[in-house]
Design a protein around this ligand. Structure first.
Ligand SMILES: *Cc1c(COP(=O)(O)O)cnc(C)c1O
Length: 430
């Protein structure tokens, strides 16, 4: 019998001649874990299949966007129907208000909103708006929080920047970086110190209310409450970047869970149901400073794209119809418990940090509270663990500093299979 040449291998070779590093977004290159990246051809439910026809149980889920799994039938139907009615108009459409109402029902703090095409755009625009409204320049962010790749927000940004061990990025001017103050996550004392000295210069504090781009790092309850209190007192804006947590940790995101009302919120990923759509919104008086009403400019040819809006609407409708979050919590808890137990049996030092249906396995004694503690994880061991999982047909994010995402398409048998594979992988990686 003749062995067939690997189509995935050939495509990867070709991609490296066409795209820097062979990819269109850095973490996909598997640099942190070694080996050849997957080249995927299709996905259905919790499974993805590569160009050679090999299938994997997927815990990336397009970095959390696909909370209903790949090619969810109701979302696919909505997208097909919308595409048939026209791909883009660059004009208001009859579809936009529907999605906005769904979003506002989940996030009452988003009195007005604007649709954009990526989380990067949402966070960048929210910052510009905060600066425009307050007349102040400084932005406070937290090390390990990722808010997209706009210049001023790349400092100590987590996600790919941390995966690749970069302090930030070449090409970002000192001037842009100087207006960003980076503090340790969960360190309210540091926030208070900055505000005591420079409060009148701070336009906004931007935070992932549950951090998921340095791996999952949960906030202490006092942290988010303290941020609300201190920003209010100094008339700075509080921006919750819920691009990951929105519609993930609960339908109403972290703000729904905690009852803390930010001034502005960024959404993305799930909000677009797997198509390029993101949102920023918040207080009406702040949002009304945007052009054409106010002096802060922001625009987009494909903003509110009807096909993306259809994907988002179908996804949010499904999520609002009940039952999904209880199921996701159950799956998350089962996966966490199984991983903890099998790591213990393998004698591996490991902490599983979980919030709802997202989690990270850290090779640390305790779940990290900030980026420095997250970076204490044994990333060499993570690389071995990742490869051992992949060999067993389980695809987890190819970086220590990302979250695994469970979807509604993951069945109890998938969780059991994953735990079993992890038991072997822990031993192999030890
Ligand atoms: C993914 C992400 C972004 C950036 O979104 P893109 O669509 O990749 O530009 C911003 N903030 C957070 C919290 C994210 O997880």
């Amino acid at each position: 019998m003749k062995t067939q040449a690997s189509r995935a291998e050939a495509l990867w070779e070709e991609s490296q001649r066409l795209f820097p590093g062979g990819v269109n977004s850095p973490v996909r290159a598997f640099r942190a874990v070694g080996g050849r990246p997957l080249v995927l051809a299709s996905g259905r439910g919790a499974t993805v299949t590569d160009a050679d026809g090999t299938s994997y149980l997927d815990f990336i889920g397009s970095w959390g966007a696909l909370i209903l799994g790949h090619a969810a039938p109701d979302v696919v139907a909505a997208v097909s129907a919308a595409a048939g009615r026209g791909m883009s108009f660059g004009m208001p459409t009859d579809a936009e208000p529907q999605l906005a109402h769904l979003i506002r029902s989940a996030f009452p703090s988003m009195e007005r909103m604007r649709f954009v095409s990526s989380g990067t755009e949402a966070a960048m625009s929210a910052i510009r708006l905060a600066r425009g409204v307050t007349g102040r320049a400084r932005v406070v962010k937290f090390a390990g929080c990722y808010h997209g790749h706009s210049d001023g927000l790349l400092a100590r940004a987590g996600s790919g920047v941390t995966t690749l061990g970069l302090p930030g990025s070449a090409g970002v001017t000192n001037a842009a970086a100087a207006e960003t103050t980076v503090l340790p996550y969960n360190d309210l004392g540091a926030v208070r110190t900055v505000f005591a000295a420079h409060g009148e210069t701070v336009a906004a504090v931007i935070v992932e209310p549950v951090a998921a781009n340095m791996g999952v790092v949960r906030p202490s309850p006092e942290f988010l409450e303290g941020l609300r209190e201190v920003t209010e007192r100094h008339e700075s804006l509080l921006i919750f970047d819920e691009v990951i947590t929105g519609f993930r940790v609960a339908f109403g995101g972290t703000q729904g869970r905690t009852g803390i009302r930010p001034d502005l919120t960024c959404l993305g990923k799930i909000a677009g149901g797997g198509l390029p759509l993101a949102v920023y919104g918040g207080r009406a008086d702040v949002m009304d400073a945007l052009a054409p009403l106010g002096p802060v400019y922001q625009a987009g040819t494909l903003s509110g794209n009807p096909v993306a809006v259809a994907a988002g609407t179908a996804t949010l409708r499904h999520l609002s119809s009940g039952g999904v979050y209880a199921l996701l919590e159950e799956r998350g808890a089962a996966l966490e418990a199984g991983l903890v137990e099998l790591a213990r049996r393998a004698g591996v030092v490991c902490a599983v940090a979980r919030e709802a249906s997202m989690l990270t396995v850290f090779f640390t004694q305790r779940p990290p509270r900030n980026l420095v503690e997250a970076e204490g994880s044994d990333t060499e061991r993570f690389g071995r663990f990742f490869r051992a999982m992949l060999t067993r047909g389980i695809l987890i994010p190819p970086s220590q500093f990302e979250a695994w995402f469970i979807s509604a398409a993951h069945e109890p048998a998938d969780i059991a299979r994953t735990v079993e594979a992890a038991g072997e992988a822990f031993r192999e990686a030890a």
